[in-house]
Design a protein around this ligand. Structure first.
Ligand SMILES: [Zn+2]
Length: 404
């Protein structure tokens, strides 16, 4: 088999001539703040490795090798993927349905190894990565053969979403928080239990508190509130994708999703990053909530991480439903963000998806309450608004996924 490199999928771009080939792709998609360039939203959509695997399979590729840009590899090192890959993966029993996993066998390769794959091409890995980000990379053959052997055991099991409803009118706002984590895995410092206290017991507790706050209102808002604990988020958004395809109410009656995943237990928030809000009228609901709480809104400080497609809100976005995931920004009391950024980076390196993501009695649980109030007020505003939330005119997510 020959190797072909492929990166920088453009919307509607056809992937040519990959029959029988192993495709080497760069994780993510080109991005820039330039408005005339591949827009951030489209970049997010085409960053989706699942979607890439489907396009590559449709073009005839037989396997996929994913390489991370070295800058992103600092946040998500190869060892992170290696650890994650040691856990069982999970797909729906309805094997060919959307959300049922990668269309191809895929492996991740450390970025430092790309140069060796390029040996016969005379190209530099550094240039490939910079061209990839700039959207200048075109497919080219690597001129080498590779053999890839995969084997796996399959077992059937059931994993439930948990759904609660506060009934009011026929339309609903859906609050989600994923209730799964990784389970039992390879020991780190002798500990094999991956607790997921922050990721995502914090989200589930916040969702329950949001439900409690709605239940305590003297009068129900006109829209119903669905609170869904979704399973299999860590296995590729499986539970939310399933719910978005088989909702317990009609899909057209769901007007918005507020997703809660990893709540800040580290510092008192002064600013909030509302992923996805800028694409739809949900921005107004966020404005209203932040005004009440005296918080500022900040742009996503890490757009290269494309968090918007990495949690359960994206399953709803793909069904055309405007969605938001709000989390604390990095700003501290003095307006400086260095200290909180360092804390966030520390947590990602030392706790994220590791057994050490454990209940911490020293956590700042008032910080968690602040974020939970944001989620509640955004959901309340969505539940009260006489107008249905809608995508902004011409928005890329709206255009790609809006329901007809
Ligand atoms: Zn996670």
């Amino acid at each position: 088999m020959g190797g072909d490199a492929k990166a920088g999928l453009q919307p509607g771009h056809h992937v040519p001539g990959l029959k029988g080939k192993i495709a080497v792709v760069i994780y993510g998609a080109p991005r820039s703040d330039r408005p005339d360039f591949f827009p951030t939203a489209a970049s997010a959509v085409y960053s989706d490795t699942l979607e890439k695997s489907r396009r590559l399979a449709a073009a005839g590729a037989v396997a996929m090798v994913v390489v991370f840009n070295p800058a992103l590899e600092k946040h998500l090192p190869f060892s992170f993927s290696a650890r994650q890959a040691a856990f069982e993966s999970m797909v729906w029993k309805e094997g060919t349905a959307p959300g049922s996993g990668y269309a191809l066998p895929g492996v991740r390769m450390p970025s430092a190894m790309l140069q060796r794959l390029l040996a016969k091409t005379g190209r530099s890995a550094e240039r490939i990565f910079s061209d990839g980000l700039a959207g200048k990379l075109k497919p080219f053959p690597l001129g080498m053969k590779a053999h890839l052997r995969t084997s796996y055991a399959v077992r059937e099991f059931t994993s439930e979403n948990a759904v609660g409803i506060l009934r009011s009118g026929p339309q609903s706002v859906v609050i989600t928080a994923h209730l799964d984590h990784l389970g039992i895995g390879a020991p780190i410092n002798g500990d094999t239990i991956y607790n997921g206290a922050v990721d995502n017991a914090t989200g589930v507790s916040s969702a329950i508190e949001v439900a409690r706050a709605f239940a305590a209102l003297p009068k129900r808002p006109p829209r119903s509130i669905l609170v869904v604990g979704v399973t299999g988020e860590e296995k590729g958004l499986q539970g939310s994708e399933y719910f978005a395809h088989h909702p317990t109410v009609s899909i057209d009656s769901i007007v918005a999703n507020v997703n809660i995943d990893v709540v800040n237990t580290w510092w008192r928030p002064y600013d909030i990053v509302a992923e996805g809000a800028e694409h739809s009228s949900i921005q107004r609901d966020v404005d209203a909530a932040l005004k009440v709480l005296g918080l500022k809104q900040s742009p996503d400080p890490e757009p290269e991480q494309v968090f918007f497609i990495r949690s359960d809100q994206y399953s709803f976005v793909k069904q055309g439903i405007p969605s938001v995931h709000a989390s604390s920004g990095w700003q501290g009391a003095n307006g400086d963000s260095e200290k909180n950024k360092a804390t966030a980076d520390w947590w990602t390196r030392n706790r994220y998806h590791q057994p050490s993501d454990e209940w911490d009695p020293k956590g700042d649980y008032e910080a968690m309450a602040v974020e939970t109030r944001v989620d509640f007020l955004v959901a309340l505003s969505l539940a009260l608004d006489p107008d249905r939330p809608r995508w902004n005119d011409g928005d890329v997510f709206g255009k790609i996924f809006a329901r007809r």
